[in-house]
Ligand binder design. Structure first.
Ligand code: ARG
Length: 463
């Protein structure tokens, strides 16, 4: 029987035989070649340690180091031929090293396994993504701060259920996102701190009998310490799951502002104008300015959360220690990280370019009986009504205004007094939206004075 031919029963779709199919499902080089810089950095630290501890000679270590630098240069120059037959980045690099330096290359893998090697490479990569996400979040927070400062006292409607609720300030709304993205930043910082232990030296799963110095490798690669249990080390992908979890929450936050941009930029709202840089036209309707970038950002959580669920599902129920299932971790994390960083950059651009329509914001804030709560509060404060009664009186006044097709400040004093006899002229002072927001001075409230204090605090935090 021809071993290279596809299977007679189910192989109609396959042009190659079982061996080639095995190679295709087994190889990870098509995607884990992204780990080349981390793989080579890890190998250089490992070789230096092997020499320092006398496990290999200094001459061999020097050759290995020289060869690894050349391999990296070739990869960076695009002059490296990746081979599927060599399965993954680890074996591709080592094979090329052997071609360049010959026999000493065979000593590099002493006291090491691909199991701790891949754990190291991937951890280094994810750690870099945490740093990139933190930088992206800081840039985004700064963009929101600029918006907040420009419109610290601009009035807009605050919504619950997307129904006009109470007037708030534009600055306060912008700062709400600064809070969210600051929490995201701290999640990436926490994840980074927890993942910052060096896996190398766990070897295949049980550690090694060679007198290695794991602390030396850990500090050479910027880790706080080596991991403490070799079984856990080769089995662990928590660092990737934490990154994905933090990325999912962050992408969820991005999606929420993206949605607000879609709503706010619509002709019905006109709260903001998106810049040309982040809008597209329609090929048939000349009046259209579509917020495509915002819509895509609204959608990005789909794939990022999808990656998170995918990796949880891969890891669920895996017995200790390494199983090949875990090779399915990388594409998910790569895709999620790429899209998160792109999303952060796109949102930063959109926020920086955003023009708020102060007039439309204020007009919307003044409609929809947005100061009804202020009126109720006034009845409590000035007439000593219980809040429930004040709520009832206010409801009657809102109904009256609604029937007349006017807003609360348009009702005459006489009309108000027909509903409650003790209401005085002074009530009008709380019915204006500016007064309403200025009065919300409780800590964390929307008053412009609070907003300015928070802006100052955030400026200090962000430096
Ligand atoms: N390509 C593998 C991965 O990504 C590397 C580790 C392989 N280890 C092994 N024992 N086959 O997980």
């Amino acid at each position: 029987m021809d071993k290279t031919a596809a299977n007679q029963m189910w192989g109609g779709r396959f042009s190659a035989g079982p061996d080639a199919i095995m190679e295709a499902i087994n190889a990870s080089i098509s995607f884990d070649k992204r780990l080349a810089p981390q793989d080579i950095a890890g190998s250089r630290a490992h070789a230096a340690m092997l020499a320092a501890t006398g496990i290999i000679t200094r001459e061999d270590a020097a050759e290995i180091d020289r060869g690894l630098q050349q391999v990296l240069a070739e990869i960076e120059a695009g002059a490296f031929t990746f081979s599927t037959a060599l399965e993954d980045i680890h074996m591709n690099v080592e094979n090329r090293l052997r071609e360049i330096i010959g026999a000493p290359a065979g000593r590099l893998h002493t006291a090491r396994s691909r199991n701790d090697q891949v754990a190291l490479d991937f951890r280094l990569w994810v750690r870099e993504q945490c740093d990139a996400a933190i930088a992206g979040l800081e840039a985004l927070m700064r963009a929101f701060l600029v918006q907040a400062e420009a419109g610290a006292d601009w009035v807009m409607p605050g919504f619950t259920h997307l129904q006009t609720a109470q007037p708030v300030t534009w600055g306060h709304h912008m700062l709400a996102y600064v809070e969210m993205f600051a929490r995201d930043k701290s999640r990436f910082q926490d994840a980074r701190a927890r993942m910052n232990e060096c896996p190398l030296g766990a070897a295949a799963l049980a550690g090694t009998s060679f007198p290695i110095d794991r602390h030396m490798v850990a500090s050479a690669l910027g880790f706080d310490r080596p991991t403490a249990n070799s079984l856990d080390t080769t089995a662990d992908r928590d660092f990737a799951l934490e990154f994905l979890s933090a990325a999912s929450i962050c992408a969820m936050h991005l999606s929420r502002f993206a949605e607000e941009l879609v709503i706010w930029s619509s002709a019905q709202f006109r709260f903001v104008r998106m810049s040309d840089r982040f809008s597209t036209g329609s090929s048939i309707m000349p009046q259209k300015r579509n917020p495509d970038a915002a819509e895509l950002l609204r959608a990005k959580l789909g794939r990022i959360l999808g990656a998170t669920v995918a990796l949880f599902t891969v890891m669920k129920g895996l017995p200790l220690t390494y199983s090949k299932d875990m090779q399915e971790d990388k594409e998910q994390v790569f895709d999620a990280a790429d899209n998160l960083l792109l999303g952060l950059a796109a949102m930063e651009g959109m926020v920086s370019d955003l023009t708020a329509n102060r007039v439309a914001l204020e007009a919307a804030a003044s409609s929809g009986f947005s100061t009804a709560t202020d009126l109720a509060d006034w009845l409590v404060r000035e007439l000593n009504l219980p809040f429930r009664d004040a709520h009832h009186v206010t409801g009657s006044l809102v109904k009256l205004a609604e029937d007349k097709g006017c807003d609360l400040p348009d009702l005459s004093l006489e009309e108000m007094q027909n509903v409650h006899g003790e209401i005085t002229q002074a009530v009008y002072s709380v019915l204006g939206v500016q007064n309403s927001v200025a009065s919300r001075t409780s800590y964390g409230g929307t008053a412009p004075a609070n907003v300015r204090a928070q802006i100052a605090r955030w400026k200090e935090v962000l430096g």
